[in-house]
Ligand binder design. Structure first.
Ligand code: AMP
Length: 113
């Protein structure tokens, strides 16, 4: 079996994280190296490595993740915010478990690096 990703270890409570939301399908926690005053990661519990690896059957799960993101943005009083999904090494992805970055709490510039 392949090595567990850091996010799988967080789901399994093998390493600590500052968890802000959890249900049967997903988990949300503070990024350990925040790039904005609010920087949360929202991840599915199912093993999906990246956007490129999504199956058609994942559509409902992905829709659910967006509802969780919407709720967290409201809960954290983010008037404006950005949702980022890095895909693949050239896309800046460093953890091979699908995750949404929810960033806010300061004005965000464009384009990203
Ligand atoms: P990405 O580069 O899009 O794959 O994003 C991975 C994110 O995971 C980075 O923003 C890291 O700071 C974050 N990260 C890595 N390890 C941890 C951890 N143990 N707890 C919380 N966030 C983490």
């Amino acid at each position: 079996m392949s090595e567990k990703t850091i996010f799988r270890k967080i789901i399994d409570r093998e390493i600590p994280a500052n968890i802000v939301y959890e249900d049967d399908r997903c988990l949300a926690f503070h990024d350990v190296a925040p790039q904005a005053p609010v920087h949360l990661l929202v991840i599915p519990k199912r093993e999906i490595p990246s956007v490129a690896a999504l199956a058609d059957e994942d559509a409902a799960l992905i829709g659910h993740l967006w509802m969780v993101i919407r709720n967290l943005a409201q809960e954290f009083n983010l008037a404006g915010f950005r949702v980022v999904v890095n895909n693949g090494a050239d896309g800046g992805q460093t953890v091979d478990h699908l995750h949404y970055h929810l960033l806010g709490g300061r004005p965000l510039t464009w384009p990203p690096g």
